[in-house]
Design a protein around this ligand. Sequence first.
Ligand code: ZN
Length: 109
Amino acid sequence: MQHREDVPGSVYLLHLHPAYQHARHYLGWTEGEPIERLRIHLSGQGSPLIRAVVAGGGTAILVRVWEGETRKFERMLKDRHYSPKLCSVCSEHPHATRKEANRGTPEDR
Ligand SMILES: [Zn+2]
């Protein structure tokens, strides 16, 4: 693994469908094209999480890309748990995630 925190690349957000256990999103960083990275993920050669989703018959959708960002930006988003708010699938179709949201806590809006 490389730790080049200041190298600009693309931070991308994948929406997992269906959710895998508690994971509904995957936030990653790549120096190349996010769509290429997604293809690697879907072929099972990227993240173990996405490999497990695909193995279970699910898929991952590329929902957002931030170009010219570093891994620091990726980690900031992860630390703040921004993924559901940033995801166009989740924000446009909140009813689609009702099953996973069955925790007794109201949405914060
Ligand atoms: Zn989502």
